[in-house]
Design a protein around this ligand. Structure first.
Ligand code: ATP
Ligand code: MG
Length: 158
């Protein structure tokens, strides 16, 4: 269905902000204008849930999570950045594989199965988008994904 992604994203961030137990601050850099995209709301909720859960899980005490939406040519780019432990460069692609977890000991302590990002990737692909990560060890991680977007043409309404 057609959804204003900005409003949809705000709602999901709101839910995490209300439920969070950690001392982590949320920063939103979302456009004011509406951005209508055709998405499966349940699946996109799962994508965002999996990414934001990781950001919280790997955030340090007092850290910040930044949420962004950028309008690009025929797509939007969504990003979620944390100030956590980060991921070594050589592992950046593997985190989207099923059951892959960077540091076995650390991951075991924090819990999880290693499926979250594999599911997110599958669902982003189903929407015609891409997903990737950038990270600096000890500084933090950003997960990006894109969704196809056609800005409404003014003349369509004339
Ligand atoms: P699950 O999501 O199934 O509960 P998980 O969080 O371990 O388990 P994924 O979400 O798929 O699995 O993430 C895979 C691995 O990527 C994680 O185990 C972790 O090592 C690494 N990772 C993911 N997100 C981050 C992040 N924001 N900061 C640091 N490492 C991360
Ligand atoms: Mg996870």
């Amino acid at each position: 269905e057609w959804v204003n992604f900005v409003e949809f994203f705000h709602h999901i961030i709101d839910r995490f902000e209300m439920a969070k137990q950690q001392n982590v601050t949320f920063k939103r850099k979302l456009p004011k204008a509406e951005i209508f995209v055709e998405i499966d709301e349940d699946k996109m909720t799962q994508v965002l849930y999996n990414i934001i859960s990781n950001a919280l899980k790997y955030s340090p005490e007092g850290g910040q999570i930044t949420f962004k939406v950028k309008e690009l040519n025929e797509k939007i780019e969504v990003s979620i950045s944390d100030q956590g432990v980060g991921i070594p460069k050589e592992n950046l692609k593997k985190i989207f594989e099923r059951f892959y977890r960077v540091d076995k000991a650390r991951s075991r302590k924090l819990g999880g199965t290693g499926l979250g990002l594999a599911i997110a990737k599958e669902m982003v692909k189903m929407h015609g988008g891409n997903i990737w990560a950038s990270s600096k060890e000890g500084k933090g991680t950003t997960i990006y994904f894109t969704l196809p977007y056609e800005p409404a043409q003014e003349d369509e309404w004339l």
